[in-house]
Design a protein around this ligand. Sequence first.
Ligand code: GAR
Length: 205
Amino acid sequence: MPARLVVLVSGSGTNLQALLDACTDPAYGAEVVAVGADRDGIEGLARAARSGVPTFVERVGDHDDRAAWDAALSEAVAAHRPDLVVLAGFMKLVGPAFLGRFGGRTVNTHPALSPSFPGMSGPADALTYGVKVTGCTLFVVDEGVDTGQIVAQVAVPVEDDDDVDSLHERIKTAERAMLVEAVGVMARDGFSVEGRRVRLGRAAR
Ligand code: GAR
């Protein structure tokens, strides 16, 4: 049976698209069973719909408080019985209810080399700092901001004439490949987390 993926998005969904494309090959070993979002009208949801994947939206503003939103998001995700939850450009921090249910099997992709430049503006912060190399990180989500155990990282050069958009696009090209590769291995061969270290593959089981 392919691993069941629920993917959460907030924007254009190019990382989601890379997963949807990979999942068309049965040998990939995973299936996107639902796509969720924290807002309506985004291209990520349209990509899911075009692939015939069910979608759901849980907006923070539709709930009494952040905890109620977190509980509702958890319920919506649980309804699709995921083996793995993938945050792919999901611009919200999940909370205790979500982590209680899906902690240890939720990964997030971030456009910087952790632990550098956590937060919402990884590419801009890398440019401002002046680093010559940045990249992308896939990590197991915990209660912090981009602090979880690292599953995979890919380095990306910063060019002298980069602006935020050109750098972010170069990072995203690497990020999509990293995400597809790592999620595929996790789905097919499993993974384990020991302290700060993540082991991928059959040896991890
Ligand atoms: C990706 O670069 C992802 O790492 C980033 O948003 C982009 C989404 O692109 N996420 C964050 O910055 C979260 N801290 P996409 O919607 O085209 O996949």
